[in-house]
Design a protein around this ligand. Structure first.
Ligand code: HEC
Length: 107
């Protein structure tokens, strides 16, 4: 949030007020404040490593190791970061097993 001019190759800079609102939201809803099982595993997996994306954690990689790499390029997925394509409840802060789409539906 402190260098949004250089956000993964895009200029995502915001007004000071918008930046503060989003930063407050992120801090309030961070894994450190969550009791969800996945949040605990995610934090453990980050440890002291300099990781800037969930998809770089060993926890995430392990959970998704059986998914063919090419599937993340599918038209309806496009990127590993598009969690919602496969986890339909992720916008509620949840990743429940029964809400994970069957990846065969993309094949
Ligand atoms: C291509 C579809 C796909 C995408 C995109 C995807 N996931 Fe998943 N994810 C899965 C599948 C399928 C599983 C279940 C794997 C298994 O059980 O073998 C899973 C498992 C998980 C789990 C473990 C759930 C549990 O209770 O066992 C977490 C946490 C998770 N994903 C987080 C994420 C996050 C965060 C993102 C985005 C950064 C993401 N996933 C992107 C398909 C996806």
């Amino acid at each position: 949030m402190s260098d949004l001019e250089n956000h993964f190759g895009d200029d995502a800079s915001l007004t000071e007020a918008d930046n503060k609102n989003i930063l407050d939201f992120l801090v309030q809803n961070s894994a450190e404040k969550s009791t969800q099982e996945a949040s605990v595993y995610m934090l453990d997996s980050i440890g002291d490593n300099n990781i800037i994306a969930m998809t770089q954690t060993t926890f995430w990689k392990h959970q998704h190791e059986n998914i063919p790499k090419t599937l993340f390029k599918h038209d309806k997925i496009k990127s590993k970061a598009n969690c919602k394509a496969c986890h339909s409840d992720v916008e509620k802060g949840l990743i429940e097993d029964d809400k994970i789409k069957n990846i065969r539906s993309f094949m």
